[in-house]
Design a protein around this ligand. Structure first.
Ligand SMILES: [Zn+2]
Length: 300
């Protein structure tokens, strides 16, 4: 990531966990940095540029959480994003599914940051399970219908309802509602579970920011899913890879549906801020220019 920061404004459009005592005392929270407020109700969602993988920091007042930790080697980028947002304590991690491009960087983050709670669907890898045990983190299995509090904001678990055994399909899918703006975090969800998520979203307001499933794989983000979710902005977390992600056909579907498309490959780290009143802004660590062409060169 380079040091330049670009910004753009986006005008608005129409589970409880059992208590568990940690083995070591947690750091005492200190005063938030200037300009932030524990009670403001503002929410920040930062998609970290971790190359081919996912890592998303969510901050709501003094609450902070992380969805996935990128591939191994992502730790410096994730910790830089946490530092930039003034995060001193990680309240929770969500592990969308147990693939290395989502969990590789998480083991060390969990060991060092000792989150209170980890939300998962399925069995953590042995390395991650060991780190969670060592950190005294409570592991909570979540399924469709569960509600997870993210500070002042609230997230609904839309998938999975049960486990099929296919980690991508069984990805934890969350809809986060922050001051009237919806974010949809899809992990690498695909197939029937993605279709169900779409039909649930069809009954609600459009999604403001869609974290595109599976790095823009052609097997996710169907036209029908897009017709149901109606995302205004789409973020593809992706970097150099041998899978052909993101697929031009998938990017084409997003553009055809009217979404503004950004990728971490092209735009770098992408940070959305929703004020308590629902005003949305976005900034980028690299370029603010969205994807205009559904070609391999157009997304990087
Ligand atoms: Zn993935």
């Amino acid at each position: 990531m380079n040091a330049t920061t670009a910004a753009a404004s986006l005008s608005p459009t129409p589970g409880p966990s059992p208590a568990r005592t940690p083995k070591t005392p947690r750091p005492t929270p200190t005063a938030p940095p200037a300009g932030s407020s524990a009670t403001s109700g503002a929410t920040t969602v930062a998609f970290v540029d971790v190359g081919q993988g996912d890592a998303t920091v969510i901050k709501s007042g003094s609450w902070a959480g992380l969805i996935d930790g990128g591939p191994a080697g992502s730790e410096p980028a994730v910790e830089a994003a946490l530092a930039k947002l003034g995060v001193r304590r990680l309240n929770a991690v969500v592990v969308s599914h147990m693939h290395a491009d989502h969990t590789g960087g998480l083991t060390r983050i969990v060991s060092e940051w000792r989150p209170r709670t980890a939300y998962v669907a399925g069995t953590p890898t042995s390395a991650l399970a060991g780190a969670l045990r060592g950190a005294g983190t409570t592991v909570v299995q979540v399924r469709r219908g569960a509600t997870v509090r993210f500070g002042a904001a609230q997230a609904k678990v839309l998938s999975p309802a049960g486990l099929s055994g296919d980690p991508n399909s069984d990805s934890v899918v969350l809809r986060l509602d922050a001051s009237g703006k919806s974010f949809l975090f899809t992990g690498d969800c695909t197939g029937p579970n993605e279709a169900v998520v779409g039909s649930i979203c069809a009954r609600g307001p459009p999604i403001f920011v869609l974290k595109v499933a599976h790095h823009g794989s052609r097997y996710s983000t169907t036209s029908s899913f897009l017709a149901h979710t109606r995302p205004r902005v789409a973020v593809i977390s992706v970097g150099p890879n041998s899978y052909g992600h993101p697929r031009p056909a998938t990017v084409g579907r997003l553009l055809a549906g009217g979404s503004r498309v950004y990728t971490t490959w092209r735009n770098g780290g992408i940070t959305f801020r929703v004020s308590a009143g629902g005003a949305m802004s976005v900034s980028f660590s690299r370029s603010s220019v969205p994807v205009k062409k559904a070609t391999a060169a157009g997304v990087r």
